[in-house]
Design a protein around this ligand. Structure first.
Ligand code: AOF
Ligand code: ZN
Length: 320
């Protein structure tokens, strides 16, 4: 690669744009991963930034190149959060679109864990004479984190599991009498952002019987088009049909399961990449104790009214 064309800060800035564009679509693309792509001119000018909008729609690279039609001859470098695909799926291979463009270089954030792609896209582009580089450091880690749910389903056959819990400072998960939550406005925004990026919410019959939670995304914009799954662990068939019907009317797709492995297998088979466990203490502990979690988000209510809640996020295995 001609060392400074475009200059390294322009590449880093392009990764930032591509990662941010893709993150907006996390939770909307299943069973495909969220992917972002920026196209640069030789001097680093940004010609286009696009994200993959969902399965069956154009991949990020194809969309970004299509957005460069007016400045086609300036297309020089693609910066993409995921290795370009080299296979015919629901859409044609991105490597073909790249090879049909004037692009000479491609920067890649993460390798594609899809066995149908696995290294093939980067190799193919390199063989055709393009300069191919894999970004390193925090941008590589962010790119890997973005596709971690997709990789989890592809390699482990289960969705990425985020377990969200909220506690008072005395360690209780139970809200005061008459309230469904004790969380602050900021913590509620966070809870809805976590739901937005999930393809499924997992809860238990106890929580439903106690709170009848809505479990929809309301406080943040949600680009998702398909119904979000609501997977309920209910060994004894206690959840009333009326709750399931009302959930469907809210745009959710409820299902009832007798055990956790069956629930997870069903979600993965349905294409879910990420599931958010929003459950009471017993079911949350069941996931955590079985090692069935990838990310834990613990919200602790501030002791003094008006103070911000503390939020702790822990990844079980940090990305790359
Ligand atoms: C990319 N760019 O934006 C995405 C990729 O059925 P298809 O044609 O949509 O292909 C889906 C596979 O392509 C998916 O499993 C993953 O390996 C890759 N996703 N690849 O180059 C994209 N979304
Ligand atoms: Zn592709």
């Amino acid at each position: 690669m001609t060392a400074f064309s475009p200059p390294p800060p322009a590449i880093a800035q392009a990764f930032r744009l591509a990662l941010d564009a893709a993150s907006q679509l996390a939770g909307a693309t299943a069973p495909n991963p969220p992917v972002g792509c920026a196209v640069l001119a030789a001097d680093g000018a940004v010609l286009a930034v696009e994200a993959h909008q969902g399965a069956g729609l154009p991949h990020a690279e194809a969309a970004a190149l299509a957005a460069c039609r007016d400045r086609w001859d300036e297309v020089h470098t693609l910066v993409v959060t995921l290795e370009p695909c080299n296979h015919h799926g629901r859409t044609p291979p991105c490597v073909e679109a790249i090879l049909a463009s004037p692009a000479r270089a491609v920067w890649i954030g993460a390798r594609d864990p899809n066995p149908a792609v696995a290294g093939g896209g980067a190799r193919r582009l390199a063989t055709a004479g393009l300069d191919i580089a894999f970004v390193a450091g925090p941008l590589a880690a962010e790119s890997a984190r973005l596709i971690a749910p997709f990789a989890m389903r592809a390699t482990q056959g289960r969705p990425w599991l985020t377990v969200k819990q909220a506690f008072t400072t005395d360690g209780s998960m139970i809200p005061p009498t008459g309230a469904k939550t004790f969380a602050s406005e900021a913590s509620l925004d966070l809870a809805h952002a976590l739901r937005r990026r999930a393809d499924a919410v997992i809860t238990g019959s106890g929580t439903i019987l106690a709170d009848a939670p809505l479990l929809t995304v309301r406080r943040v914009a949600d680009p998702r088009r398909a119904p979000r799954r609501l997977a309920i662990l209910d060994r004894r068939g206690r959840v009333p049909r009326a709750y399931l019907d009302a959930a469907r009317e809210r745009g959710l797709e409820p299902s009832v399961h007798a055990d956790i492995p069956a629930l997870l297998a069903d979600l993965a088979a349905g294409g879910a990449l990420e599931a958010l466990v929003e459950a009471g203490p017993t079911l949350s502990a069941a996931f955590l104790d079985a090692g069935l979690w990838d990310e834990r988000v613990v919200i602790t209510k501030a002791a003094r009214p008006g103070d911000p809640d503390t939020v702790e996020t822990v990844l079980r295995r940090p990305a790359a």
